[in-house]
Write a protein that binds this ligand. Sequence first.
Ligand SMILES: [Zn+2]
Ligand SMILES: [Zn+2]
Ligand SMILES: [Zn+2]
Length: 354
Amino acid sequence: MLNEIRKDYLLDRWVVIATHRGRRPTDFIKTEEVSPIDRNVRVRASCPFCPGNERKTPPAELVYLKSKNGIVKDRDVNGSRHKDWLIRTVPNLFSAFSPPENGDTFESGRAVGHHEVLIESPNHNEHPAVAREAQLIHVINGYIDRLLALSAKSYTKYVSIFRNYGLDAGASLSHAHSQIIATPMIPTIPRLELNASEKYYDSHGTCVFCDTIAEERRGPRFIWENEAFAVFAPWASVHPFEFWMIPKAHEASLLDMKPTTIKKFAEALKVCLGGLKSLLNDPPYNYGFHIAPSKEIKEFYHWHLEVYPRLTLWAGFEKSTGTYINVMKPEQAAHNLKDIIAQKSGKDQERTLS
Ligand SMILES: [Zn+2]
Ligand SMILES: [Zn+2]
Ligand SMILES: [Zn+2]
């Protein structure tokens, strides 16, 4: 039987859905891999992101501190470091992009920008799948605060917010953290998505993402939803068990989120990444936001989070052609994720009732 080849909703990106081997979720579980959750006390003593080790990082650009009247936001100044923080954002020590020095211009072609680490919790292992929802709300607010601050720089054209989880997904430190990179150009994939969605808007008069949500909510790739977010496996998933999380209301940027939506997003993150963890024995993954890069873009772009489990390797064909082979049918992946999430929420309900 011939495999199917699918094109992305927007990008000129093709994926071969190669499911002839009939893979099950258990085929993707690597038993020999050490779980990204780190139980070693010695590692934590030397972890630069753990409380007490604040001096091992550069001064924080932003810290959330507890106070009687809610959250106080501050930064580290004059060589001091705040203690008892809820989240902190620090410049990345191995920065891919750096702020401009005197005389630097964008045209000089240097990698002008910012590269920051958002430390998501004082607790080493508080990753989204197991985090307290209140803590995830701080993390999302931290994304929004840094997105706002970095977008305001004259040389910033795009802000990428992403998360690597597990050694195989590129996380060199196991403490729960995300990264934020402000770039002097719009990177290729967001740019192609922006161009294609603008074209769609011009010819259809609607947002391609709003139309896609309406379609996918009724279809075989639907995974989960709450009042504010829909989650589904994309039609042309590049990765096995890839899923996208997208606000149901039309919002171009994270900056458009209201506090009630932020709470719903925290829930969505926890439920769906929790489902992935249960289904595939805590696999490594990457996630990345796609966000409209300017306030002027309102109608045609719609922000979303793309989650890529790291279960297979890209080899010669993928690297040399930009065409992908996915050995897990998105419909099957969605079905498995949907089931495990439903099972888990059933168990949670039993626990609250008893
Ligand atoms: Zn730590
Ligand atoms: Zn939309
Ligand atoms: Zn996207």
